[in-house]
Design a protein around this ligand. Structure first.
Ligand code: SF4
Length: 390
């Protein structure tokens, strides 16, 4: 089995990644929110400089695909005019923040995000690895516990803020005024303690090596972790959540959605249309929580990703209706598992030669229970047998 290529850095807008269909330009919306002007501007720029396909990422970023090398400069100018570009690649890389989309006016979440973003983009900010990130999850209840992050800002039982190293059962207390400094102190402690040798490393892995947290982070028990299941599309207190096949939409779809209100970008590859009571039927938008397409997760796969061994999305599309209710299938073009880094009940992984392996209750990198399956004969009946037997 060929090992997936580890890039060692995260693509952004200023430092895009070349993929099978052109450059992927990743935009980090400030505060996890796009104004209608920003959303319609992204749609227009995607059509002008890219291939019109827009992805939502598992860290609540927006990715424009198929951008040409000549189009990258003008695209950045356009995104910059929309207020979506940082001053440098370093600032862009460090401003790696996922925000609870369920914030409300006056709950302080956006103030914490603004303060943290400003500090992370200053030249003296801790020089953390590209994948090192923050979760601002201090709404009424934590919802990002299953979303990848290294430093989490949550809310304690008494309403105060907590800064929690990912993977720790203890945390430090903070206030709205101190949370940013406390979080950055923790990031510096991580770096000073050798958490990122060769510029790579994550907080949970660092703690798993048995390092001792600074006293401020070791004394207060973390809030109980709530198992949060990915919410489906539908109405929520803040508006309406809408989904997309494989978290990808056409620019024209985003353009229409932009007319409905501000959009909050979620780490579940959905958009929350702020303040909406209902959404009219829009091509490419999934509003039915029972849609079989929501039972499958698939990465870009072939031909869009050069590392892919199989075309993932046609396979996922063909198999989704066969999945028993409540079953989830992850189809990954290679063992990297970009679309779903964690475990899934069923995972199909592309292998050299174009076959797929089946992994039960594991991630794309885990040991398969069946190997060498031919995608062409993974018919409805075969998958039905697999899913019902599991
Ligand atoms: S998991 Fe999918 S998108 Fe990620 S590198 Fe492999 S084939 Fe490409």
């Amino acid at each position: 089995m060929s090992a997936p290529v580890i890039q060692g850095w995260c693509p952004g807008a200023l430092r895009p990644m070349m993929s099978g269909d052109g450059l992927v330009v990743r935009v980090r919306p400030r505060g996890g929110r796009l104004t209608p002007e920003q959303a319609s501007g992204i749609a227009e720029l995607s059509l002008r400089h890219g291939n019109g396909l827009i992805d939502l990422s598992s860290r609540a970023n927006v990715q424009l695909r198929g951008v040409t090398e000549d189009g990258h400069g003008p695209l950045i100018e356009g995104l910059s005019a929309l207020g979506l570009i940082d001053e440098s690649t370093e600032a862009e890389s460090r401003r790696n923040i996922v925000v609870t989309p369920f914030w409300k006016d006056g709950d302080g979440v956006q103030a914490v995000v603004r303060s943290l973003a400003a500090a992370l983009t200053r030249p003296d900010a801790p020089d953390t690895p590209g994948k090192f990130g923050y979760a601002v999850d201090c709404g009424a209840a934590p919802v990002l516990t299953a979303v990848s992050a290294d430093i989490r800002i949550e809310r304690g039982p008494d309403g105060g803020l907590l800064v929690r190293p990912d993977g720790a059962a203890t945390c430090a207390r903070a206030t709205a005024e101190t949370a940013t400094d406390v979080a950055l102190d923790l990031a510096r402690w991580f770096l000073d303690g050798g958490g990122a040798p060769q510029g790579r490393g994550r907080m949970a892995a660092h703690l798993a090596r048995g390092v001792v947290l600074p006293p401020a982070f070791a004394e207060f028990p973390a809030a109980p972790t709530v198992a949060v299941v990915d919410p489906g599309p539908g109405p929520v207190a803040q508006g309406v959540l809408v989904a997309f096949e494989f978290g990808q939409m056409r620019a024209e779809t985003l353009s229409v959605l932009a007319e409905t209100g501000p959009l909050r970008v979620t780490p579940w590859r959905m958009l929350l249309v702020e303040g909406a009571g209902a959404i009219p039927a829009i091509a490419g938008v999934i509003t039915d929580p029972d849609s079989p397409l929501l039972r499958v997760v698939a990465c870009t796969g072939a031909p869009g990703c050069p590392q892919a061994q199989v075309a993932t999305r046609p396979l996922a599309r063909a198999l989704c209706a066969a999945l028993a209710p409540g079953k989830r299938l992850h189809v990954s073009g290679c063992a990297k598992g970009c679309a779903h880094p964690g475990a899934a009940p069923l995972t199909l992984v592309g292998r050299p030669g174009g076959t797929v392996d089946l992994i039960r209750d594991g991630s794309a990198a885990d040991t398969p229970s069946r190997t060498g399956l031919d995608p062409a004969v993974l018919t409805f009946h075969i998958l039905t047998e697999i899913t019902h037997a599991s």
